[in-house]
Design a protein around this ligand. Structure first.
Ligand SMILES: *[C@@H]1O[C@H](CO)[C@@H](O)[C@H](O)[C@H]1NC(C)=O
Ligand SMILES: *[C@@H]1O[C@H](CO)[C@@H](O)[C@H](O)[C@H]1NC(C)=O
Ligand SMILES: *[C@@H]1O[C@H](CO)[C@@H](O)[C@H](O)[C@H]1NC(C)=O
Ligand SMILES: *[C@@H]1O[C@H](CO)[C@@H](O)[C@H](O)[C@H]1NC(C)=O
Length: 470
């Protein structure tokens, strides 16, 4: 897939810079885990420190030097594996020991319990052609379907042998049929496109039929997940296509009550935010770190509540916010689109995340990764990776009926626990967990998807159930 390579290349400077840091972190991880390694390295250090301090410096510089160069080549394989193979040929024994102890191959196999995923190689009309016809396809808020596919192709869990796979990933991009009139993705073709992909794989391979797809994984990164419709009533009416109901769906939609559009095994994932745009916005953050906007929201707000869309859209919540706080000094509310809105988020203390048509919105992730406290106003929402990301520690939740007291609630938090929330929010793991990278990085969004899939192995892996019953 030539397209895989384009994004990492554009982004080469940033990934390069980070390699050294990641490698060091993994070294630490391993030291914690493998006591043997730790002791060996310690003995090694102790011995040489007394006699040849300079060797240590030499090894350290050599290590940094080589890890710098291994970062240059951003091919599609994960950087840490490359690091290991580069150094296999090195003649310097001590440095090899150091570096092999930092290799991630064995730890990640442990981490995902040896899980293997087969990625179907579908005709380009199901995926790559969409990206070719519009670059937006891989960068807009529904682009997790593209990002996860690309990250899997180069990930440690990928297998080229379907016989040894625990899961089967079906890469169909359904969010890229942008309407020529309003620019929004049209989903009307989604069901038929996925259905034809399933027909294709179930005829060509034996794996779908043997489980009716229960070890197959799809991404449905739209408003109401695998219901493939932007309006809730229509989404519910159409429901999840019958043929997908046994599979595992990676979806941005999530609520903590029964909903026809999530009655399927699923993982709630973050919407896609291009990592480059996050870095750009952070670079433009005020140098003194001061956030001069107190409460921020930019987006669709229906002014006239009598308007049909005003009554239903956002269940009237956005209209209520605008009516009560529009024009207030500390509230920066704006109804108009502005491409530079992320530079406003980095200047803001509180970022309002009211529901739209669906409970979730990209604001949740944009605010969190840009250090603005997300104020979640969407009753019953289930946030991405909520079993591993501690959302209550990094955000505020305001009930829809309480928006009229929004100012008081925010003021109370500002004088009590705001700085604690901000401190939690600035933990680097948060930013990492909510973003997709190609190749995947330890702890990032795709990584967390894999962790979630690993936890389902016992229930879902056909291969493992066979091995166990033998
Ligand atoms: C894209 O969407 C339009 C409008 O809904 C639809 O008519 C068309 O068939 C779709 N294109 C494909 C290739 O499915
Ligand atoms: C799987 O089942 C479908 C429908 O019953 C059938 O058309 C197809 O040939 C089967 N696939 C294989 C590989 O046997
Ligand atoms: C209702 O809202 C839509 C979208 O904002 C707008 O185009 C339309 O003119 C409004 N209708 C009335 C009656 O205000
Ligand atoms: C901060 O205070 C608010 C309001 O009292 C509370 O709902 C929230 O759980 C607190 N958050 C943290 C992280 O302490």
């Amino acid at each position: 897939m030539s397209l895989d390579i384009t994004r990492p290349n554009n982004n080469n400077n940033k990934t390069k810079k980070k390699t050294g840091f990641i490698v060091k972190m993994q070294l630490n991880n391993n030291n914690n885990r493998g006591g043997g390694n730790k002791r060996n390295i310690f003995v090694f250090f102790f011995f040489f420190r007394n006699y040849y301090t300079w060797i240590l410096w030499f090894l350290l510089s050599f290590y940094l030097f080589t890890s710098y160069f291994s970062g240059e080549d951003q091919s599609s394989s994960p950087s840490t594996i490359r690091l290991l193979s580069n150094h296999k040929t090195s003649s310097s024994l001590p440095s090899r020991a150091l570096i092999e102890s930092s290799a991630i191959t064995t730890t990640s196999i442990d981490m995902f319990s040896g899980m293997k995923i087969y990625v179907y190689d579908l005709p380009a009309s199901y995926n790559d052609d969409w990206v070719k016809s519009s670059e937006r396809c891989s960068t807009h808020l529904f682009a997790a379907e593209v990002a996860i596919h690309r990250a899997l192709l180069s990930s440690v869990v990928r297998t080229l042998d379907p016989e040894e796979a625990d899961y089967f990933f079906v890469p169909v991009y359904v969010s890229c049929n942008f309407s020529t009139s309003n620019g929004f993705p049209s989903l009307s073709h989604a069901r038929s496109l996925i259905s034809s992909a399933v027909d294709l794989i179930s005829v060509r391979y034996p794996f779908w039929n043997r489980t009716q797809g229960s070890d197959h994984v799809f991404v449905a990164s739209h408003d109401f997940g695998a219901c493939f419709h932007a309006m809730e009533d229509m989404a519910i009416e159409e429901g999840i296509p019958e043929f997908m109901k046994k599979s595992i769906i990676l979806q941005t939609f999530g609520v903590n009550y029964k909903h026809p559009c999530q009655e399927v095994e699923h993982v709630v994932i973050p919407p896609y935010i291009p990592p480059e745009s996050v870095e750009r916005a952070l670079e433009r953050a005020p140098a003194n770190g001061r956030r001069d906007i107190w409460a921020f929201f930019r987006g669709k707000m229906e002014v006239n509540p009598k308007n049909i869309s005003g009554r239903f859209y956002s269940k009237g919540v956005r209209t209520a916010i605008l009516k009560k706080y529009g024009g207030r000094r500390r509230f920066h509310l704006n109804r108009h689109r502005f491409v530079g809105y992320r530079s406003e988020i980095v200047r803001s203390v509180f970022c309002l995340c009211p529901l739209g048509w669906a409970p979730w919105s990209p604001r949740l992730v944009e605010s969190a990764v840009l250090g603005c406290v997300p104020v979640v106003i969407a009753d019953g929402i289930k946030l991405p990776f909520s079993d591993t990301v501690q959302w209550p520690e990094i955000s505020l939740t305001v009930a829809e009926k309480d928006v009229k007291n929004l100012r008081k609630i925010l003021e109370h938090v500002a004088v009590t626990n705001l700085s604690a929330i901000q401190r939690n929010l600035h933990e680097p793991e948060i930013k990492r967990a909510l973003q997709y990278n190609v190749p995947m990085k330890e702890g990032d969004a795709t990584w967390r998807v894999l962790e979630a899939l690993r936890r389902k192995l016992d229930d879902r892996s056909y291969r493992r159930s066979r091995v166990l019953s033998q």
